[in-house]
Design a protein around this ligand. Structure first.
Ligand SMILES: Cc1cc2nc3c(=O)[nH]c(=O)nc-3n(C[C@H](O)[C@H](O)[C@H](O)COP(=O)(O)OP(=O)(O)OC[C@H]3O[C@@H](n4cnc5c(N)ncnc54)[C@H](O)[C@@H]3O)c2cc1C
Length: 322
């Protein structure tokens, strides 16, 4: 018996959120005596990269390397995961909560007759029943869900577990999936990648600017900070509405929801709709010249000051330090 983990990868690397899912599965397997953790990777990626998943706790990685699986076609991925689930005799599937993961998990809950809990933040309580804590209302509250099915699917919220990787290597085995025409009923005909070195939804650090930045010409200092920190850039809604920044950088209730380790908000007031997209961040730093700005209430650290004075100094200090 195994706990199966569906892992996602991008540009030849396993996503950090999938490594977190593996680490979560390992902790779960230890708690419930469900045996080892087996990961499943779909599409083209090197065996050396997949072996590193062992560092998060997987003993084995099944690799269905068929290039038809590269595009993340949801039906095909669901079919492949269902076949792997049965093949390893799993009762629990763990995956990272993501747009692809959510779509695949929803189909799998039907295929596998499995109870699905998404946005999971903690290991389940299994003393009496199987109770899973999940984040709801964009991180403002938690719910406990009781799962009563034999098969279970848990989609793990980013940063729900502290990821510590060691040097262990997983055994990588080819896994042959039987796919039919109907698995490719929808086709991805073109993909337009968001520009920027670090993608916002997956970024570990986000440097975000609001209307306080006064205009697009002033974003250079935020981009410089993002470059120093290896961060993605984000912005408030009005900033993208006016066209200062591209729409895919808009963070909040109606934009991208981020959960980085560090969110730096510069010249953003902290309206509730913006906070809805950032309140799962581990640490929030707010830089605003108005000490009454609502964002300070949600901040772990705050600097009351003019962004045009603070940011250049901060960038110099960061350059000296990093
Ligand atoms: C249905 C709905 C959905 C919405 N969805 C979203 C969403 O998803 N995301 C989102 O962001 N907003 C959203 N909004 C808009 C939201 O309500 C706010 O209007 C918006 O977040 C404000 O953006 P801002 O903080 O950049 O601008 P402002 O509210 O104008 O704040 C600018 C801030 O910059 C500070 N500032 C000014 N100059 C400086 C300086 N030199 N140095 C430092 N600080 C300075 C000011 O003190 C102020 O706090 C939504 C609104 C509605 C009604």
């Amino acid at each position: 018996m195994s706990v199966l983990v569906y892992i996602e990868h991008s540009e030849g690397k396993v996503k950090k959120t999938s490594l977190e899912a593996v680490a979560f599965a390992k902790a779960l397997a230890n708690q419930t005596s469900e045996g080892e953790v087996t990961a499943l990777a779909l599409g083209t990626i090197s065996s050396d990269e997949l072996a590193l998943v062992g560092g998060a706790g997987a003993s084995k990685v099944l690799h269905a390397s068929d290039s038809k699986l590269n595009d993340g076609v949801i039906q095909a991925h669901s079919t492949a995961v269902a076949q792997a689930f049965k093949s390893v005799g799993a009762k629990t599937l763990v995956l990272a909560k993501s747009s692809l993961g959510d779509a695949v998990a929803a189909r799998l809950s039907i295929k596998l007759k499995a109870g699905l809990v998404s946005n999971v933040v903690e290991l389940p309580k299994t003393d009496s029943g199987y109770s899973v804590k999940r984040s709801i209302y964009t991180g403002k509250a938690f719910a406990e869900s009781l799962v009563t099915t034999e098969n279970k699917i848990l989609a793990i919220k980013k940063n729900a577990i502290d990821l510590k990787l060691d040097d262990s290597k997983a055994a990588v085995e080819e896994f042959v999936v039987t796919l039919s025409e109907s698995d490719f009923a929808s086709k991805i005909t073109a993909t337009e990648r968001a520009t920027g070195e670090v993608l916002l939804p997956e970024a570990d650090i986000v440097v975000s600017g609001g209307r306080g930045m006064k205009g697009p010409e002033n974003w250079g200092m935020l981009e410089e900070m993002a470059k120093i920190l290896g961060a993605a850039t984000g912005c408030s809604k009005p900033v993208s509405d006016i066209g200062w920044r591209p729409h895919h950088e808009h963070v909040g209730q109606t934009g991208v929801k981020v959960a980085p380790t560090l969110y730096i908000a510069v010249g953003i007031s902290g309206a509730i709709q913006h906070l809805a997209g950032v309140n799962s961040s581990k640490c929030i730093v707010v830089i605003n010249k108005d000490p009454e700005a609502p964002f300070f209430k949600a901040a772990d650290y705050g600097i009351v000051g003019d962004a045009f004075e603070v940011i250049p100094k901060l960038n110099e200090a960061l350059k000296a330090e990093l």
